[in-house]
Structure formats: structure tokens, C-alpha cells
Design a binder for this molecule. Structure first.
Ligand SMILES: Cc1cc2nc3c(=O)[nH]c(=O)nc-3n(C[C@H](O)[C@H](O)[C@H](O)COP(=O)(O)OP(=O)(O)OC[C@H]3O[C@@H](n4cnc5c(N)ncnc54)[C@H](O)[C@@H]3O)c2cc1C
Length: 456
């Protein structure tokens, strides 16, 4: 039973939804429909205003053993924000204040429900730069930290974790803790901050984040490099990384995939030749530096059989290329039964892509692919024909087995959520999962926060 009466006392009648038809948007996320978890029947949505109200809600839920599901922007791709058992959906949308952009310390302090879009605007208005860029700006700051989101710029700058300096977190038992601060060095005790980053909402509710910022780069350029084979494209990647040029991003996509996205947007993909593409984004202190890097990368790619190289120097051209890249998932969503998030050591991406092609052939299907080539992280799309033939699970597990053989993992940036749990048995170090479950039970002795998420 959910104690709606007590919830009303904590946050007020206006901030609670009890009628099903008014809460539909809170019961889904962006997980592909065929594998998206089904929401439970008896759910109440609560929209607290601050960490104190969240603390009161969690104290109540903990004492009554009511499950609570934390909801950020709902852009997650593995069902982590979906209430899969009866309980409370805790929506973070009202914690939407940017408290400070601290130019002297190069830090931003934002509440957990601030959208990524609002945060980027505040950072840009201050003339500064937040390096990572996961694909959907509707995500919230707390969600980005809870998922340790990645995105295309990780080649040069790493993932969201690298920028988190401080957190305010409400524990499942209701206590409010602060870890870290506006600090670049902090060795005081065990590193709880980084335990909470990528905790997928199972250890606490992230109500405030301090991120490190950087000065803006002065110049950038995008290269679109065309190849006749995927293997040639992938073989170029380690050579670029060994050359000393560190691109902001190295993205890979099949021709079909990028053209699907361009058509979906009513735009035109600028490359005419080839069937496999790299987008290489270069940044530097001035145009000359970017130009020099572009020459170096072009030389390397020509030696690796590139058939065409386009350089987009103008901001508009660069933005169009990135727009087409960033809308791939939206364009492919209706055709997709599951979007995988496999990650292998960067130099093995070409090998695993060949293995995925072999699997596709055996199952008489195609598996379109794109991804963050410079990070070893890519997204094979299992299409609806596999769903119709009841083969999604089988094919997925074959892909996972090949990735694990190469020293990889079944998820590199999207997380475990709900939908990846049934395949964690393929990663069999039982002691590791036992330790993680032990940590969860210290933070959340009654298992009320995001039950059924993130752990085997
Ligand atoms: C088009 C598209 C492109 C994407 N591209 C990328 C990409 O390039 N890289 C990448 O890494 N991801 C990507 N994603 C996935 C997604 O945007 C990220 O996982 C993002 O971090 C989710 O944030 P959210 O606020 O939407 O979280 P939600 O979907 O609301 O929740 C995700 C998980 O985080 C938990 N959570 C949310 N907020 C909090 C909080 N304040 N405290 C504690 N737990 C919380 C939830 O309980 C849930 O388990 C993409 C998604 C889409 C739809």
C-alpha cells in the first residue's frame, strides 16, 4: 500500500499524480519497445521540490517498505526509471535550479533535476565548456551522473564521471550526505563519490551535482571520411590515436544507418562515395592547429584506403553533420527490437564488428551498426524481424559472448537498468556481484530504492 495521505502532507496535493491516465509519460523511458519493461499497476507519481522533501519521502517509504523509483529526464535506454513493481515514482523535475557557475574555480553547481540542455546553456553563457556530450539533451544532471553517461566526446575527454567533483545525495533511509566539493584533489577516506557515480539510482537520490568546467576551445573542424569497407574504417582508428592527434570524437556509422537518419530529418548526408564512414571531430587553440591535425588524420586515413575525405570548417556544416549523427537512434527506433551497447578494448572494434556480421548472416538478418569507434563502444541494432521470429535474446547473447571473449562488457555507457540483468550471467565473477549486493544492502537495507535495477 502506498501512503498517499502522508505523501500529501510532505509535498502537497498539487505535486502528486494518482490517476493512471495522467501519469502515462512517467511510466516509460526511451528503451526500445520490444524489450521495454512493463510498468506496475499501482503507481503514484511524486514531484518533490527539494532534498528535504525527498528525505521525508524516503524516510516514509523506508519505514513502510514502499518501493521508490527515481525518474530523471526519462531518456534512459535500459528501463531503469520504469516502476516495475507497485510503488512511488520520484520525479526530479522540480529540482531545476542552477545554483552557481563559478568562473574562478571553473565549476557549476546544479540541482539534480536540471536538464542537460539548461546546464549547457548556462555554461555557454558563461563562455565556458562542459566536455562530455551524451546524445539526448533532455536528460537531467542527476540522470547523467547516475548513468555515468558517455557519448561521442569521450575519446578526448572521457565520460561524465571525470567531471563530477561533488554530490549531494539523499540515502534510501532518508539521511542527506555531501561528498566531494569544488576540489581537484581529495583523498579523504574511501571514494564514495565515485561509488555513487553510475549507481543507477540504487544507492541514493542525487539532488545536487558539482561539475568541473573548462575554457572553450577556439577552433574546431569535422572530417567525414568515406571507406568501401567497415574494416578499413576501423583499422584507421588505432592509427589516428597512435599519431598523437587526440580528436574530440571518432564516430563510426554504416551508410544505411546514416542515410536513414538523414532521410528521417529531411536532410542530405554530404558524402557520396563509400559504404562506411568515420566522423572525426578536431579541436584546437586556433584554425592553424586544427588544419594541421586535419592534414595528419587525412594522411593516415588515405593510407588506410579511405576513398573520400570531406572537411567541414563552417559551423553550419559541422552542425548538420552532427545533427544527422545524433538522430540515428530516433530514426531507427521504430525498426529496432533492441539497441545493444557492447564495449571492447578499442583496438578490437573491427574484430567484434566482423563477428556481429557473421552472426547476422547465420540468422539471416542484417545488424546495422554505429558507435563511438574511438572508445571501443558501439551500438548494433537488432531489428524487428528478429523479434517477429522470437530470436532477439539468442542473437543478443551470441553478440555478448563474442564481446566478452575479447575482454569486453555487455554495456559500456547505457547501463544495466532492468533489461540487461538477464544476461549478466554471462559475466560470471560471482564474488564481484556479491560485493555489489553487499554495498547495496548497506545503503538500502530494505531494498526500497530502484528495486530490480542494476544488479544480478
Ligand atoms: C537519442 C538518445 C541518445 C542517447 N545518447 C547517449 C549517449 O551518447 N551516451 C550515453 O551514455 N547515453 C545516451 N543516451 C541515454 C541517456 O540519455 C543517458 O543514460 C542519460 O544519462 C539518462 O539520463 P535521464 O535523466 O534521462 O535518466 P532517466 O532515464 O530518467 O533514468 C536513468 C537511470 O538513472 C536513475 N536516475 C535518474 N535521475 C536520478 C537522480 N537524480 N538520482 C539517482 N538516480 C537517478 C534512474 O532511476 C534510472 O535508473 C541516449 C538516449 C537517447 C534517447
Amino acid at each position: 500500500m502506498i501512503n498517499v495521505e502522508e505523501l500529501r502532507k510532505i509535498i502537497g496535493e498539487d505535486w502528486i499524480i494518482t490517476r493512471r491516465e495522467q501519469m502515462e509519460g512517467y511510466l516509460v523511458d526511451e528503451t526500445a519497445l520490444a524489450v521495454r519493461p512493463k510498468p506496475a499497476d499501482n503507481v503514484v507519481v511524486a514531484k518533490p521540490a527539494n532534498s528535504k522533501e525527498i528525505s521525508e519521502i524516503l524516510k516514509l517509504a523506508n519505514s513502510e517498505k514502499t518501493p521508490v523509483f527515481v525518474r530523471g529526464g526519462g531518456t534512459g535506454l535500459c528501463g531503469g526509471a520504469i516502476p516495475t513493481v507497485d510503488g512511488i515514482v520520484l520525479s526530479m523535475e522540480r529540482l531545476d535550479k542552477i545554483e552557481e557557475v563559478d568562473k574562478d574555480n571553473l565549476m557549476i553547481v546544479a540541482e539534480g533535476g536540471v536538464t542537460f540542455e539548461s546546464m549547457l546553456k548556462a555554461v555557454e553563457d558563461a563562455g565556458l565548456f562542459f566536455p562530455p556530450h551524451p546524445g539526448d539533451e533532455g536528460a537531467q544532471v542527476g540522470g547523467l551522473v547516475a548513468c555515468n553517461a558517455g557519448g561521442s566526446r569521450a575519446v578526448k575527454y572521457g565520460v561524465v564521471r571525470n567531471y563530477v567533483k561533488g554530490l549531494e545525495v539523499v540515502l534510501p533511509t532518508g539521511e542527506i550526505i555531501n561528498v566531494g566539493g569544488k576540489l581537484l584533489k581529495n583523498n579523504q577516506g574511501l571514494d564514495l563519490l565515485h561509488l555513487l557515480v553510475h549507481s543507477e539510482g540504487i544507492l541514493g537520490v542525487i539532488t545536487k551535482v558539482i561539475f568541473r568546467l573548462y575554457p572553450r576551445f577556439a577552433s574546431s573542424g569535422n572530417l567525414v571520411i568515406s571507406y568501401d569497407t567497415r574494416r578499413d574504417a576501423m583499422d584507421s582508428v588505432p592509427k589516428i590515436l597512435q599519431s598523437g592527434v587526440i580528436p574530440l570524437a571518432i564516430e563510426y556509422m554504416d551508410r544505411d544507418v546514416i542515410e536513414t537518419s538523414a532521410n528521417y530529418l529531411g536532410m542530405k548526408w554530404p558524402a557520396m562515395k563509400g559504404s562506411a564512414y568515420l566522423i572525426v571531430i578536431l579541436t584546437g587553440a586556433n584554425d592553424d592547429e586544427v588544419y594541421l591535425q586535419a592534414e595528419q588524420v587525412s594522411d593516415i586515413c588515405e593510407k588506410s584506403n579511405a576513398v573520400d575525405i570531406l572537411i567541414a570548417e563552417r559551423r553550419g556544416e559541422q552542425a548538420d553533420i552532427l545533427k544527422i549523427r545524433s538522430e540515428i537512434y530516433s530514426a531507427m527506433k521504430d525498426k529496432t527490437a533492441d539497441i545493444l551497447d557492447v564495449t571492447v578494448p578499442p583496438a578490437s572494434v573491427g574484430v567484434i564488428m566482423d563477428k556481429v556480421d557473421e552472426i547476422a548472416k547465420r540468422y539471416n538478418t542484417t545488424i546495422p551498426m554505429y558507435g563511438h569507434a574511438g572508445d571501443g563502444n558501439f551500438h548494433p541494432h537488432l531489428l524487428n524481424d528478429l523479434r517477429d521470429r522470437g530470436m532477439v535474446k539468442q542473437v543478443k547473447r551470441e553478440v555478448y559472448r563474442e564481446a566478452i571473449k575479447l575482454g569486453g562488457v555487455i554495456t559500456g555507457e547505457h547501463g544495466v537498468g532492468v533489461i540487461r540483468i538477464p544476461d549478466l550471467d554471462l559475466c560470471p565473477d560471482g564474488k564481484v556481484w556479491e560485493l555489489m549486493r553487499g554495498i547495496k544492502s548497506i545503503f538500502d537495507p530494505n531494498n526500497i530504492l530502484n528495486p530490480g535495477v542494476g544488479l544480478l
